[in-house]
Design a protein around this ligand. Structure first.
Ligand code: SF4
Length: 352
């Protein structure tokens, strides 16, 4: 870390976990390239200065460096913890081989990854849109799946890894070499089940590895299905591609999908939209999907009701124990009793 001194106050904000600030101090430290990446997932960094005669006096730069080294190690620990856990209730980890994408569908209208990207939390430029360079990930980041794989082997478990939450793995504008690196990583982690989800199923065949055959045993292929017009045709494309598990992410569910052909589909995740501007979801739409899943022997997982659940056009207010709104509708213990039939969280059986 260089000892040149720059402004460190208000050096960034985080991905929703709090802000980073230097308290009582306005003139620390050159940030190493890794630092800005590392701080993205921490809650707060506070560096104090001594107050002498009412004026804040900066520490000597050596002291500041010492403090920052301690901070960095704390941040790295937090980042590791963050990366090992996802808030998505159907996966254990998320992994993004790169960050950035282009909106391509109605389901992208409130893409939280784009919102984050526009706030430039990870970089000084955005990574969204046609012809815009995607953000590549650090060497350290790429080591995470290898560590998860070792742990999974030790613990005799098979964690599900969602790929990707801030990109689309079948994006035709993936950074050079990164999709190939993803496949290498998938091959090197046989104890993880990788869930590759896309809104671009027509690109899947072109981007599968040469030795894909009937499908890698540790890869589940999925498509997003948010509506009839754009979502349903994706199911037909997915059905024609070999995979050990094919799944649908019916989220955000934007309308009644009507009759579904779930032949050769193994799993359906269902959920409403969350976040600012979220569109409503009628619980009748979920009931219809669940009924069809049952009839066609497809495992279903109702992830959440979303921010604006409705019943027959009337808004449902889901409240937490403290009386505040539950804006995700994910905690099934808060759902009204008559929605018990929607509490379904089943996983697909391994097909081979
Ligand atoms: S495809 Fe996914 S990551 Fe890309 S813009 Fe749409 S919602 Fe966001």
């Amino acid at each position: 870390m260089a000892d040149s001194i720059f402004n460190f106050t208000s050096c960034g904000t985080t991905t929703g976990f709090g802000s980073i600030r230097a308290k009582n101090y306005s003139a620390p430290v050159d940030l190493s390239p890794n630092f800005s990446q590392s701080i993205n997932h921490t809650k707060a960094i506070v560096i104090n200065a001594d107050k002498v005669n009412g004026i804040f006096k900066p520490y000597a730069s050596a002291t500041i460096q010492d403090q920052l080294f301690q901070v960095l190690s704390l941040v790295e620990r937090k980042e590791r913890h963050f990366l090992e856990n996802t808030k998505i209730n159907w996966a254990k980890n998320t992994f993004n081989p790169w960050q950035g994408c282009t909106n391509c569908s109605d389901g992208c209208d409130h893409c939280y990854a784009e919102t984050q990207d526009n706030r430039m939390l990870h970089d000084t430029v955005t990574h969204w849109g046609k012809g815009v360079e995607r953000r590549t990930m650090s060497e350290q980041y790429w080591k995470n799946p290898l560590a998860w794989n070792r742990k999974a082997e030790r613990d005799s478990i098979r964690p599900r890894v969602f790929c990707a939450s801030t990109a689309d793995w079948a994006d035709s504008e993936a950074p050079a070499g990164q999709r190939e690196r993803l496949w290498e990583t998938i091959r090197a982690t046989p104890n993880l089940d990788w869930l590759l989800l896309t809104k671009r199923p027509k690109n899947i065949r072109k981007y599968l590895p040469r030795d894909w055959g009937e499908g890698y045993p540790n890869v589940w292929l999925g498509v997003s299905v948010e509506n009839k017009k754009q979502g349903l045709p994706r199911i037909d494309v997915l059905r024609g591609i070999p995979a050990v598990i094919r799944f649908l992410s019916i989220e955000p569910l934007l309308e009644d999908l009507g009759a579904l052909d779930l032949n050769q589909i193994h799993w359906a995740i269902i959920g409403g939209e969350t976040g600012p501007g979220a569109r409503s979801l009628d619980t009748a739409w979920i009931k219809s999907i669940l009924r069809q899943c049952k009839e066609q022997k497809v495992a279903a997982w109702v992830k959440q009701l979303g921010r604006v659940p409705e019943e027959n056009g009337i808004k449902l207010r889901i409240l937490k124990e403290d009386g505040k709104r539950d804006y995700k509708g994910e905690d099934t213990s808060l759902w009204p009793p008559h929605l018990n039939k929607l509490v379904v969280r089943k996983l697909p059986k391994p097909v081979r």
